[in-house]
Design a protein around this ligand. Structure first.
Ligand SMILES: *[C@@H]1O[C@H](CO)[C@@H](O)[C@H](O)[C@H]1NC(C)=O
Ligand SMILES: *[C@@H]1O[C@H](CO)[C@@H](O)[C@H](O)[C@H]1NC(C)=O
Ligand SMILES: *[C@@H]1O[C@H](CO)[C@@H](O)[C@H](O)[C@H]1NC(C)=O
Ligand SMILES: *[C@@H]1O[C@H](CO)[C@@H](O)[C@H](O)[C@H]1NC(C)=O
Length: 682
């Protein structure tokens, strides 16, 4: 008896292997005819002008762009009265995706395009603007391949093509016609053509003056671009529309663009204005592309159900159907036999070894779960999503832990925060407690909260899995190159207030409100993520909420001040000149001093110059200051803050002098500020 019981699992493994082998051989056999059939995928369209109902269907206008009555595309949109044409960005793209890359052979499509454009310079009132281009930048115009049909990049030197927070997932290829010199982007002069591969800093720049072209002369120019995907050869010609096809190319060389292409992309134009307004007109556009694809036949597994229900009168399909049916039948018979045998032995030996189960397992397929329901992840899943926590995938790191970007097996992009064990331990926190909090918060859904996809507690590690927000964190935008206009800053403040108000109404707290826990999505909506979760001690949840919510309000107040001032709360040592008083070392203290002296305008970020609404900025600064008051002295709730920031309700009068009690303490993390702002709980 004993010898049978021992050899049985081995026997079953062997049988299972034979079945799997047959099925495998069968599937290889079926795939054979699919390989080697190459077809050409061609797309061609032509806009002699942009008039007529077809244009409305085939052209997608994004941001500030319009088709005027004479049938030209204009970026920015000039039809609206009384709109400042500075600092705008817009796009016009062909409305349907085009196959520009074959992922199997990793070959780019070949394409040809010609278009006629004109740059119309407006009389500039440059007395107030900075002449040297500087941060505002004039503008320019780009022919581009974009990964989607709903993103508009930043205005100014970004040409509406990209922004400084787009990551490498945002594939883009552009040819820019730039009339402003942005030294920080490596521009050679204010009259150049550039080739931009996944970046706004051109890989190749061409001095248009050398070809007798002045982009800014008000003439209509025509461009011819030809690319051969096979030989990776690019040819660009540019000249006056009157003179016809230029004999001399501006660029004619090998250039591999495959790393910056997705299989399907959107093709079109993007343009922007900066401190100087300029109108970009496109008159006509032809485009043709050809890519090669190997004919794909859906895999036999996905076809089975359809073949069995269909009549199967088509010869090939019926053949596959019969063959497949036979092997499925064989497999089922064998598995049932195995199941019966193992059941029999299990019954006989109640105490029998467990390896029988292990053999049965592969036959049971796990049911797919609803994709958006938060769930537990195994460490293996997270490891594979982040390529074993690869340094290259690390997007952020602080004393609380590290955050990695990753891709789940189902293709979803996620961000994984791995808490540092020493950090948790030093705060006397146990994973059970953090885990409970994570699970509870994963149930919350709000448009301004980054959704929690799941968690992982394994091998002593505590991790949270979030949706990945593609446009980076707000601090990159606020402190990055370029100036964020006031309207966008205000939107972030409002979105963050909404999110916090919702969290608090659900009896939770964020516990880590900073500019780096605000994320920006593709439509520039702000979303709060990177939750703090951790609270020291073993206090009850009610106690925690009572402490953490006012602390959130305080941190929100500091965030608001940072947004208004365009700087971090603490100046780094190197920024201090050591002289006089360094009054502005701590932004919070400085803002209060300026409030006392009735000079709040001095705190407002001067870099915003023309893109600023000073009254609103001072108003919002008042709200920020209000949030940093002591709780007993009038710190508002987030629900009230939402009303203030939407200008629905008067902001209460601030005390005339600053509350001295705020300043002996220093802290930056939500954790410390929560204990320090609530001294009575200490
Ligand atoms: C596909 O295009 C290439 C060149 O563009 C051509 O040589 C080839 O014959 C075409 N194949 C088919 C099936 O049309
Ligand atoms: C330039 O400024 C003058 C007066 O300051 C104004 O009348 C004119 O409309 C401005 N022009 C433009 C193009 O903004
Ligand atoms: C661009 O070309 C023009 C005309 O040949 C020349 O005068 C100018 O110096 C060039 N600029 C740069 C940055 O090379
Ligand atoms: C665009 O294509 C049409 C027809 O294919 C052709 O008549 C026209 O000349 C082309 N225009 C340009 C600018 O190449």
């Amino acid at each position: 008896m004993a010898s049978i019981a021992l050899s049985l699992p081995t026997m079953m493994k062997l049988l299972a292997f034979i079945v799997v082998f047959f099925v495998y051989v069968e599937s290889i056999d079926q795939q054979k005819p699919d390989n080697g059939v190459i077809i050409n995928v061609t797309k061609r369209f032509s806009f002699p002008d942009f008039q007529g109902p077809r244009t409305a269907h085939d052209l997608k206008l994004l941001g500030s762009s319009v088709v005027d009555e004479t049938g030209r595309v204009r970026i920015p949109d000039t039809t609206q009265k009384d709109v400042d044409l500075k600092h705008l960005a817009g796009r016009a793209v062909y409305a349907y995706p085009i196959r520009v890359f074959d992922p199997v052979s990793r070959t780019p499509a070949s394409f040809e395009t010609t278009f006629a454009f004109q740059l119309e310079t407006l009389e500039s009132n440059s007395s107030s603007g900075d002449e040297n281009g500087g941060d505002g930048g004039g503008s320019g115009f780009t022919f581009m391949f974009a990964p989607d049909e709903f993103t508009v990049g930043r205005p100014g030197p970004w040409l509406g093509m990209l922004n400084d927070a787009c990551d490498e997932e945002y594939k883009a290829v552009g040819i820019e016609f730039d009339t402003r010199e942005n030294v920080e982007f490596g521009d050679p002069n204010d009259n150049h053509v550039g080739i931009n591969l996944g970046s706004i800093v051109s890989t190749i720049t061409i001095n248009a003056s050398e070809f007798g072209v002045n982009l800014n002369d008000g003439e209509i120019h025509r461009v011819w671009v030809e690319y051969s995907g096979e030989s990776r050869f690019l040819d660009i010609r540019l000249g006056s529309d009157r003179l016809g096809y230029p004999s001399k190319p501006m660029f004619s060389d090998r250039l591999d663009i495959s790393d910056f292409l997705k299989e399907y992309m959107f093709v079109g134009f993007s343009a922007s204005t900066g401190n100087f307004a300029q109108i970009h007109n496109v008159f006509s556009w032809n485009f043709t592309s050809t890519s090669q694809a190997s004919l794909r036949v859906p895999s036999p597994e996905t076809c089975d159900s359809k073949l069995i229900t269909g009549d199967g009168d088509d010869g090939g399909g019926a053949h596959i159907n019969r063959l497949n049916g036979f092997f499925i039948f064989m497999t089922v018979v064998l598995l049932v036999a195995l199941a019966l045998v193992s059941l029999y032995y299990n019954r006989k030996h109640r105490s029998g070894n467990k390896s029988n189960e292990a053999v049965m397992l592969p036959a049971v397929k796990e049911r797919p779960r609803p994709p958006n329901k938060p769930r537990r992840f195994t460490i293996a899943e997270i490891s594979s999503a982040t390529r074993c926590f690869d340094e290259l995938h690390k997007v952020a790191s602080d004393e609380r832990g590290d955050t990695y970007r990753g891709t789940l097996l189902n293709g979803c992009h996620v961000a994984v925060t791995k808490f540092s064990t020493s950090y948790l331990r030093s705060h006397g926190v146990y994973w059970r407690r953090v885990g409970k909090e994570i699970k509870a918060m994963s149930k919350l859904r709000h448009p301004n909260l980054v959704a929690i996809r799941g968690w992982c507690f394994d091998h002593q590690e505590t991790m949270v899995v979030y949706d990945y927000v593609p446009n980076g964190t707000f601090n990159e935008w606020l402190y990055g190159i370029g100036v964020l206009p006031w309207s966008r800053r205000l939107r972030v403040v409002r979105d963050a207030a909404q999110a916090l108000s919702y969290l608090h109404s659900q009896k939770h707290a964020h516990k880590n409100v900073t500019t780096s826990s605000v994320f920006i999505d593709v439509s520039f909506r702000a979303m709060l993520g990177d939750f703090g979760f951790v609270m020291s001690g073993t206090e009850s949840n009610q106690f925690e909420a009572a402490v953490s919510q006012p602390a959130d309000v305080f941190s929100f107040g500091v965030l608001v001040l940072e947004v208004v001032a365009g700087r971090k709360r603490y100046k780094s040592e190197s920024d201090l000149d050591g002289s006089d008083s360094d009054l502005d070392r701590d932004l919070l203290e400085w803002a209060w001093i300026m409030h006392e002296m009735k000079e709040k305008e001095k705190v407002v970020d001067g870099k915003m110059c023309s893109v600023l609404n000073m009254d609103q900025a001072v108003h919002v600064m008042d709200i920020g200051l209000l949030c940093t008051l002591q709780e007993s002295k009038g710190r508002p709730s987030m629900a009230e803050v939402v009303e203030y920031v939407s200008f629905e309700k008067e902001v209460p009068e601030l005390p005339a002098s600053r509350p001295m009690a705020l300043f002996p303490y220093t802290s930056t993390t939500g954790l410390c500020s929560s204990s320090y702002m609530c001294p009575s709980f200490k």
